[in-house]
Structures are given as C-alpha cells and as structure tokens.
Write a protein that binds this ligand. Structure first.
Ligand SMILES: [Fe+2]
Length: 490
C-alpha cells in the first residue's frame, strides 16, 4: 500500500472494506462500493415531499464491482448511477451500474481486467484504462448521459429506469469522445463539449444538436498536453480552458503518471462563438491556477462572465507558489477552492479576475440548469473537508457579491454530502423558487437519507428526509432533469 497517499484519508472509518484495506482507503467506509441494484418505493419520509417537485435527480460516482488489481484511486471505480424520481409528492429511488464495454467484459470473466490510474503505464501498457463513465451525468435530448473525466465514450441511459441504452451515436468516430463536463443549453437543446488527448492539437470542441447529431467539430490547438476538467458556455460562446497543469513528459515516457503545475504559465480561457472556427478563438490570460469546476457563465454587453471554483495554489513563506505541493493536491483531490469571478472583454481583449469570497472552501457547484449560459444569481455548492474527498455541508451563494446567504450540515464530522442539484418548482416565481436535492450518509448513525431543502432558505434544514435502506457511496457529479425534459428532444 502507498502509505503516504493513504495517510490523508486514514482518519476516516475502515468499518466497511469489502476488498480489505490493501487497495487503499477509497474502497472502505463511506467510499466502499455497494453491490445490489435496487428499486426503492414507499420509503419512510420525515417531513413532506413537495407536490410541485417533479423530475429526476441523478448522481454518478465510482462503485468498484470486482477486487482491483492494485492500489485503487477514487477515479477508478465502475460508474454507478443513483436516481430519485419525484412524481407528485412521491419518490422512487434506483441504482444501477452503467453497462460500459469494460463492465460487460468483466461481467463475462467475473474479475477485474483493467489496471487503475495508480498503476504504472508499464503495467497497463497491454491494455487501456477502463472507460468507466463514472464522473458526471447530464440530461440531453430526453435521456441521461454518463461521462468520464479522461474524455471517454459517453453512455446514454434511461433517466428513470437507469437501463444503459448504449454509447452515444455522436462519438462513434475515433477521437470523438468527450470530457466529463459537457454543457447543455436547455433553451436550444444543444450539447457543447470538448475532447482532450496527449498528442497535438490536444483538444477539440464540438456541438451536438437535440437530434443527437454532431453539428459542429473543430480543433483547438494547445501549446502541449494539458489536463483540463471543465468548460463554460454562454448564449453565443463557449469558453475552453488551457491551464498550467499537464503530464510530466519524462515520467510519461518512463511509464508513470505524474502531473506538473507550472507557476510561470498563465491560466488561459479561450472564447469561441458557439459555431465558430478555430481561428475565431480569442484567448484571455489570468493568474496561474487549476480549475476543476465552473458554476455558470453568461454575457454582459461585450463581457463574458465566468464564475468558477478556483483551485488555490499552495503559497510558500516567501510568497512564491509551491508547484510540487500544488500538483500533489490536485492529483490527490485535496480541494482548496474559492468562488472566483473572471471577466473577458471581447471588444478590448482585457481580462479581469477577482475572488468573490475568500472565506469558504467550496466546490461541486450547481445552479438552475434551465439557465445554463444565462445570468444566474444563485449557486449551491458543497463545503470541503480540506484533507480528503469528503463534503461536509452545503452552501448557497450570491454569484454577484459572493455573499454566502445560507448553509446547512447535519454534522460537519460525520455527514457525507453529495453534489446537490437545484430543482425548480413546477411554476417558479423566482430563480430560487424550488428545491435543493442531495443524498447524505452519516457514518456515525449509519443512516442514509435523501434530503430536500427549500432553495430560498437552505439554512432551515431539510424540509423532507427520505430514509433509505442502502448506503450511497461517496460519488462525484449530479444533475436535475425536470419532468418536462424526460423523453423530449431538448
Ligand atoms: Fe468534475
């Protein structure tokens, strides 16, 4: 076991360890996988599920099916979706693995066939890593789409039954995969995405229509291999990320994964018209940083505004950036992020940035996704335990002032929150007229709940707690699909 790597998570409980502890901490305790696929109905509810909450909350995450071959990284597990389908005051909860090509192969043999991210490239040279579709889930063209952080094949899934429908048809050609975080413009039905890869040009950008057909696809040349994670969109533009984080080429050639942070290289955001050509891309430079997730982006006159969670570089006593520790924190998901505003002026070429709130380490943002690419006043994020991948509460922020206007946790030590998502009420009277939905595990009481908050006032705590008989392992991303989007081409 790599003890140095495991140390930061050793304070967490190892009381569930279906594969023992030799594969590291991320298959134990709150991270331990579950193996049953369930349909849960008529569950006990404390409080009341609102009748005007109609649609489905979906959450993706890693759920390792078979004992791994080596040390396990939380990015490695097989993608498992959990959902909560709300219908007129009732809820049905389901969970199911995404039937990826790798999952089906291992289903035949009954054991792990792939190496994970912490195995050397030499060990895994005979076989690519398993594309697990375990990272994000979005709603597009009436179905759910499960995606993978290393830019893999998106899988289409029935958002209610969670049956895998198969790989997305728009990525059938080689090199047409996409990263974990495409964006859906719910007004036009377009899906905007980027793909990235080790060889030049290192990135491509594309648009898929509501008919699931690829409408646009262009190369985005970058100066070298990069590890971008997210992008942003506005009504007319897409914003692509070129961040100073990349694979160490020497280590890569020697068969090892090692990422570098370069403090001498600016963070760059490239603004391209939604259907623009490569040469129409305009780059804006900002202070060096990594950036996992964007909250939302919109246009204000000539300016593109992007609100995001900026991963804070580690600063030495002399004020310089500690590149090695910054890279290590990024690789090990020790999140230290602040809400940040970037402004890019398309007329003057000027870029401005500012911290919106220095006080809270927050990430995994959500907002009203029916307004993707349009101004949103409110963001709903999770509080981070800075030492490991553990989200200890939720917070609501004003995206203009950065003010935290509400927060809640059941227990900042023992509660494990998932990425919450905002769900508008059926007939919303304001942007935050609706609900915030999330799964919460308590590792002390061993209770699993689905919690529903009034988005206008999350500080009063959940208005409904749905008691669940199975644990939801700590996962990654989630989304909300309103009832009128399910099965519809938009
Ligand atoms: Fe992500």
């Amino acid at each position: 076991m790599n003890l140095e790597y495991a140390r930061f998570a050793m304070g967490k409980r190892f009381d569930e360890a279906p594969f023992g502890i030799d594969h590291g901490p991320f298959l134990t305790g709150a991270y331990a996988p579950v193996f049953d696929e369930k349909v849960l109905e008529d569950l006990e509810v404390e409080g009341e599920i609102p009748a005007d909450l109609n649609g489905v909350y979906l959450r993706n995450g890693p759920d390792q099916r078979f004992e791994p071959k080596a040390m396990h990284h939380p990015f490695d597990g097989d993608g498992m979706l959990f959902n909560a389908h709300f219908n007129n005051g009732k809820v049905t909860i389901r969970n199911k693995w995404v039937r990826t090509e790798g999952w089906q192969k291992e289903d035949q043999t009954g054991h792990s066939e792939y190496w994970g991210i912490m195995s050397s490239l030499k060990e895994s040279q005979s076989q690519p890593m398993k594309d697990t579709a375990n990272t994000d889930v979005i709603g597009h063209a009436g179905v759910a789409v499960a995606s993978w952080y290393l830019a893999g094949e998106p899988y289409l899934v029935d958002p209610i039954t969670l049956e895998t429908l198969g790989p997305a048809p728009y990525t059938a050609a080689p090199g047409y995969g996409f990263s974990a975080h495409p964006k859906v413009d719910e007004v036009t039905g377009d899906l905007l995405y980027f793909d990235y890869f080790h060889q030049a040009p290192h990135m491509t950008y594309g648009v898929v229509g509501p008919d699931k057909q690829l409408k646009h696809h262009v190369e985005i040349p970058l100066p070298g291999n990069r590890l971008p994670h997210d992008m942003a969109v506005t009504e007319h533009y897409s914003i692509l990320h070129d961040l100073p984080v990349w694979h160490c080429e020497e280590a890569y050639a020697a068969g090892r994964h090692k990422i570098l942070f370069n403090a001498d290289t600016p963070a760059r955001f490239g603004v391209i018209p939604r259907f623009g050509k490569t040469e129409e891309l305009k780059w804006f430079e900002f202070s060096p940083c990594f950036l996992y997730h964007v909250v939302n982006s919109w246009e204000e006159g000539d300016e593109i505004v992007m609100v995001a969670c900026r991963f804070m570089p580690v600063i030495n006593e002399d004020g310089s950036i500690d590149e090695a520790r910054t890279a290590k924190n990024i690789a090990e998901l020790r999140m230290d992020a602040r809400l940040w505003e970037y402004r890019m002026n398309l007329a003057t070429g000027e870029g401005k940035e500012k911290c919106l709130n220095p006080d809270f380490n927050v990430e995994f943002p959500s907002y009203d996704s029916s307004r993707t690419g349009r101004f949103t006043q409110w963001g709903y994020l999770v509080d981070h335990d800075p030492d490991t991948l553990h989200w200890i509460g939720i917070r609501k922020f004003n995206t203009t002032t950065g003010e935290c206007v509400g927060s809640w946790t059941d227990d900042p030590i023992h509660a494990w929150y998932n990425e919450p998502w905002f769900a508008p009420a059926d007939n919303p009277e304001s942007e935050d007229h609706g609900y915030v939905v999330t799964f919460v595990w308590n590792d002390l009481t061993k209770e699993q709940q689905l919690q529903i908050f009034d988005a206008r006032d999350i500080s009063k705590g959940p208005i409904a707690r749905v008691k669940m008989p199975i644990r939801v392992p700590q996962g990654f991303h989630a989304c909300w699909m309103a009832a009128n989007r399910i099965g519809k081409a938009a």
